[in-house]
Design a protein around this ligand. Structure first.
Ligand SMILES: Nc1ncnc2c1ncn2[C@@H]1O[C@H](COP(=O)(O)OP(=O)(O)OP(=O)(O)O)[C@@H](O)[C@H]1O
Length: 273
């Protein structure tokens, strides 16, 4: 064991050793062919993400944040480089990665329960009906939809629909949760409520989460590290800010913390230059 690089391993609950990194992105490049020629969005981007880390990604509009996230999700082909999730090279989508987009795209004629069950049935096809029912109800209750789970998705507010989206993503028990501006379309009050819901469920599940946001305060409140991407073309990781607040975090404590404005200034400075 001494021959292994310091910090590259960790001891798991069952005593085994495994790679410390849940996600290892190496020399990742994305080229979109366009009528005017190749457009290099990301160029040799390197990023390592630890088990159970919550990562926020910020950067100017169009720098390639969604491109990066969809490549991790396996929904967007990689031009060059590699993405390794939990020691497996990404070659397409899989149940080890759950995605929450800005709009949860639920099936409108189905209930909240049925929408979550769709994913659970696929992933736990061999489990018992009772187990699947328990999982769906557990996560819908966690996001505060215990009383609304049998309402049709089209009858739910945007905030409630996104709660279903969060329940659906956690219910398939992914290793990595990918969130692309999940609260971007919500009013600020609902946004705050859903940040609390997300962080509460995440605190219990402790899965690795990577979330794109345009909101500096959201990125600080939620993340262990904020990844700042340079502006494109040829975007890379420009800077990384460690957010050293204890967990679980309460919004009030975070806002009152003497380091809060230091972090905020760092991020705003990056975005302004
Ligand atoms: N399929 C595509 N073909 C060509 N260009 C694309 C394609 N998808 C995205 N782009 C371009 O790649 C760049 C990065 O897009 P992307 O959506 O990843 O950025 P983003 O940082 O997520 O933006 P935003 O913050 O506005 O959501 C943009 O210039 C975009 O126009």
């Amino acid at each position: 064991m001494e021959t292994l690089e310091k910090n590259s391993i960790r001891r798991t609950d069952n005593g085994l050793f495994e790679d410390k990194y849940m996600l290892d992105i190496s020399k990742l490049t994305k080229i979109y062919p366009t009528p005017k020629g190749d457009y290099v969005v990301l160029d040799d981007l390197d990023l390592k993400i630890k088990h159970e880390e919550f990562i926020s990604i910020i950067g100017h509009s169009g720098c390639g944040k969604s491109t990066l996230l969809t490549m991790i999700a396996g929904l967007n082909p990689i031009s060059r480089g590699t993405i390794v999730v939990n020691n497996q090279t990404v070659r397409g989508p899989g149940p080890d990665r759950g995605v929450i987009f800005q709009s949860p795209s639920l099936l409108p004629w189905m209930t909240a329960y049925e929408n979550v069950m769709l994913g659970v049935k696929q992933v736990f096809a061999h489990g018992s009906k009772k187990d699947r029912d328990d999982i769906v109800k557990y996560y819908l209750a966690k996001v505060g939809l215990e009383d609304a789970m049998h309402k049709k998705a089209k009858e739910l507010s945007q905030g409630m629909q996104q709660r279903v989206g969060i329940a659906r993503a956690f219910a398939i028990k992914p290793k990595v949760l990918l969130l692309d501006e999940p609260f971007g379309m919500l009013d600020s009050l609902t946004r705050g409520e859903l940040q609390d819901v997300l962080i509460e469920v995440w605190n219990q599940e402790k899965i690795t989460a990577i979330m794109i946001t345009h909101d500096v305060d959201e990125s600080i409140f939620l993340a262990d590290r904020v990844i700042m991407m340079t502006s494109g073309p040829r975007a890379k990781v420009g800077d990384i800010l460690e957010i050293d607040f204890e967990r679980p975090r309460l919004r009030k404590d975070v806002l009152d913390h003497p380091d809060y404005y230091k972090y905020r200034e760092h991020l705003i400075n990056f975005l302004e230059h």
